[in-house]
Design a protein around this ligand. Sequence first.
Ligand code: AMP
Length: 629
Amino acid sequence: MQKTRDFHYRSVHDRDAFWREQAGRVHWETPFESVLDFSRPPFAKWFVGGQTNLCYNAVDRWLPTQADKPALIWVSTEVERERVYTRQEVYEEVNAAAAVLRDLGVGRGDRVLLYMPMVPEAVFTMLACARIGAVHSVVFGGFASVNLAQRIDDAAPKVIVCTDAGSRAGKVVPYKPLLDRALALCKTPPASVVVFDRGLAPFEPVAGRDLDYATLRAAQRGARVPVTWLESSEPSYILYTSGTTGKPKGVQRDTGGYAVALASSMEYLFNGKAGDTFFCTSDIGWVVGHSYIVYGPLIGGQATVLYEGTPVRPDGAILWKLVEQFGVNTLFSAPTAVRVLKRQDPALLKKHDLSTLRAVYLAGEPLDEPTAQWISEGLGKPIIDNYWQTESGWPILSAQPGVEHVPTRFGSPSFPVYGFDARIVSESSGEDLGPDQKGVVAIVPPLPPGAMSTIWGDDERFVQTYFTSIPGRQVYSTFDWGLVDADGYWFILGRTDDVINVAGHRLGTREIEESVNSHSGIAECAVVGVADALKGQVAMAFAVLKNPAAAETPEGAKQLEADIMRLVEDQLGAVARPARIRFVGALPKTRSGKVLRRAIVAVCEGRDPGDLTTIEDPTALEQIKESLQ
Ligand code: AMP
């Protein structure tokens, strides 16, 4: 692995020269004056003074060589439709969408919020924002009104673009009513809502506010909207993510650094080239979708597959069918999807010709060894576990086959990616730890190109949240535990905070608690993440009732549980709904009033709860145990 080490060393120790070379992968309308401004740590500005544009690099730049080649391949097994857009067609659609936004008064720096499922119009709108220098904020379709309202209030978008509905496993999921409810909760709702009507769920347009996407677009057929060149550090998008407080953080991404990081990753991490086909099964509402459904492949001159559907409909071979049909070279998915496939007939893995496929990348949650082994043997392809976060924008740890072929190890996302000066540090002393010692995965700043520049509208919170938790040094905390073995392979060992990961979806337990607590019958509650064979983790809620008699009978408890689940689903979305809600007389707390979450998790997972000397009422933990029976 010497080559990988040398490559990484150079990216961190000969930073300017390294990144100057990488910057040559994208178009700069105005060249940058310096590679890095790190005069105000931990804030890093990459490619200072350079002017570029994400949409230009993803679309216009490839027109001379790829106008007639597929760029966006849309497949929906939900509405049984397929459509392949060439780069020229993407260019046309993006220009029309940009003209629509421009005519609604959207300009440089204005925010546009998208609440859309996996439809091409979502990608066109994202690229249209980038084209005119607007900042998009895509909200995952699985989120509901309260989540949505928080994000609208924080980003203060000028326009919202949504659809009437999405579809999940054949069931229509209306989006528009959720948006209407969110807007009713907002302090400053935007003047215009553009609705892309798929004809899935009838809705009542709000007069004077709601506009029809198809009508506006038709009026802009053939429109040409000039690219707005942005200084490299100007924001391209905001993407909200959960943390330990109830208020989600708006991760702000820059423009130039992101373009360079993604362009380089297409070669070094994915070993790809222009003309390839890339298939990422994530959702555009998550960071993996931003980077590897939309921007990465398109900036790299690749075709990207946008798939609306699940891995098991119409059957468990659908992903492999699409690989064969479109000659996919790189597949990027999540461990949960593989665990879902594991419950299907293994013969389905062999049903299609996968000769174009080079490797399968998995990220977003821990990849357990048996799952990695099963898929690796079943497909006979390399499996590349890569570790990253919304904040990092692209992988922090990964094998880098475009740099060097180094054998992977099941259970390990291999090594730090170039640009990330990752360390395992002691939580108590802040010092770097040696091989096989468990510590916090930290990154010595500057964070590399492509990583978050700040929290939207809150520089102070950015510093406070990420750079103050390790004693004695200003390093970025990932809030993940990890270790490096004696051979240099990295392992991720779970979160250090109360963030949980359900089927690759990152959720803050505090947000779920706030939602459960908003039920009039609840006095207080604790939500924890408990190990689950399929989803990695599921949320479990333990609640104390104002009137315990309400859950005295099994029927009463069941009814209450269903009511609260519906409430959480209404407010936050189905992804955040706890798997179970149990009613207890008291929560296990320390004498100073802190809920003993780790002890609750241990009890739920049938493990020893460990040191309980600080517990105020030992019977509280017994009640948790009993409530599970
Ligand atoms: P998100 O910001 O939603 O992408 O979630 C990031 C978190 O997911 C990380 O901090 C980890 O806890 C977890 N995660 C992502 N990728 C991996 C991986 N390959 N292995 C283990 N955990 C992962």
